[in-house]
Design a protein around this ligand. Sequence first.
Ligand SMILES: [Zn+2]
Ligand SMILES: [Zn+2]
Length: 446
Amino acid sequence: MSYRLAVSSLAIVLIATTTSVSQSLDAMVDRELPMLVEKYKHLHANPEISYQEEKTSAYVAQELRALGYDVTERVGKYAVPNRVCYGVVAVMKNGNGPTVLVRTDLDGLPLQERTGLSYASNAKTKNETGEEVSVMHACGHDIHMTSFLGTAKMLSRMKDRWRGTLVMIGQPSEERGAGAVAMLNDGLYTRFPRPDYAIALHDNSSLEAGVVALCEGYALASVTSVDMTVQGVGGHGAYPQTTKDPIVIASQIVLALQTIVSRENSPFDPAVVTVGSIHGGTKHNIIPDDVHLQLTVRAYKEEVRKKVLAAIERIAKGIAAAAGVPADRAPVVKSDENEFTPSTYNTPELTRRVTKTLQAALGKEKVRIAEPVMGGEDFGQFGDGGKIPTCMFWLGAADPGRLEKYRIEGASPPSLHSSQFAPLPEPTIRSGVIATTAAVLDLMQR
Ligand SMILES: [Zn+2]
Ligand SMILES: [Zn+2]
C-alpha cells in the first residue's frame, strides 16, 4: 500500500514538474511573442534570394550574438569559386552533455508577393544572370528564422535546465539545395562541435497554425535535377527524310520516361520522374539541331535514385539510336550533383522521442502523424549519411478559418512557393518556438 502510494505520488510529482516546465515555457514564449512577430514582419518584408542572404545572415548573427552565443559568419564554401556563402554558426557551451544542432534556412524566392498583407515584400534584386526579379519569403523561411531566434532566446534564458553544447545554424541557399553541403564542406563538423542530433522544422501551408506533424523514416525525397540535350540533324521542315528530327525523338523520350516508374521500379519504392521543361526549334519550317529538356527526379532510397538516373540515360540513348541518330550525336544527359539533395530521413528513435516531447509541450491533439512527401530539402545533408540522427517536423502555418473555407469550397489553400502564401504569424511562431525549445530541452536535459 505504502509502496503504491509512493509510486503514485512520484508520478504526481513528475506530472506536476512536466506541466510546470511546459507552463513556464508557454508563459515565457507568450511574453516574447509580440517582439518575435515584429522580427518576423521585418524579415518578411526584407527577403533575399539564394546566394544573396547578406543582410539576413547579418541580422540573424547579430541577434544570436546579443543573446550570448559565440557566432561565426560566412561559414560555407560553394562549388562555384569566389561565391560568398552566408552561413551562420552560433555555439553555446553549457557544461558536459550532448551536442544538439538546430537549423534554420535563410533564403527567399524570386517571386512577386501577392498576399496584400501590410508587411508584404516589395523587394527586388538582380539574379545570377543579371535579370531583375522580385523577392518573397514564399517558403516561410522567415517563420523558420523567427522560431529559431525565439528558441535561441528561450534556451539562453533556461541554461539551468540543460547541459551540453548547442549549435544553432543559419543555412543559406536551401532553395538551391546548395547551402547545407557548402557549410559541411567548410568544416561545419570539424571547425565546430559535431552534433549528436540535428533537428529542424518546416512550415506547412495545409496544416493549421498551432499544430505540428511528423513521421518516422523517410519524410522528404531526394532531389536530382537532370539536363538533357537531344541532338538530331536539323534541316528543312519540308524534307524530313534529310534530317534526324530531335523534336520527334524528344517526344518519344518524354513518353518512354514514364515507364521507368511504372514498369522498372518497384511499386514499394516511391519515385517521380517529371519533365518540367522542353525547348526546341525556332520556326514552323525548320527542323532544329537539338532539343533541351529539364527533369526533376525524386526518390527516397539512394539505390532507387541511381537506378532511375541510369534508366533515363539508357532510354534517351536507345530511342535516339533507334531513330538512326549517329553515335556521336547521342543525347547528352547530365545530372547536377552540385544541386543534388539526399532524402530527409527522420531517424525513428529520435523521432519517437521528439514526438513524445511535442505531445507534452503542445498537447497530444496538436501533434499529428505526417505523410511522407516527394518534396525535397537539403536538411538531410546534416545526417552525414545516416551517422547523425536527424528529425524534421512540419509546423502548421495556415489560418484555421481560411483552411476551413477552402475545405468547404473543395479548393486547396495557397501552397508553399505560391505568391499568395500567407502564414498566420502569432500561433505559428508560438508553436514553433515551444516545440523546438521543448525538443532541445529534452535532448539536453540535466
Ligand atoms: Zn521552398
Ligand atoms: Zn523551404
